[in-house]
Design a binder for this molecule. Sequence first.
Ligand SMILES: [Zn+2]
Length: 64
Amino acid sequence: MIFINPRGAPELACDHCGCRWVDRTNGNHCYECGSEITTAAIEEFQQALVEFSAKGAGQQDNAK
Ligand SMILES: [Zn+2]
């Protein structure tokens, strides 16, 4: 599950409980419920980060 935070940046969240602390743990498990974070979810998140970086480079000037 991927959330978009108010600044438009993607955040990886747990598929089970929706918490966003999955990146704070070792072993790709949810901090809250212990569910495993799938490789597919991580790849999707990293793709979203790449897309955000590409977009963010053009939008930062407008935000100032
Ligand atoms: Zn969870």
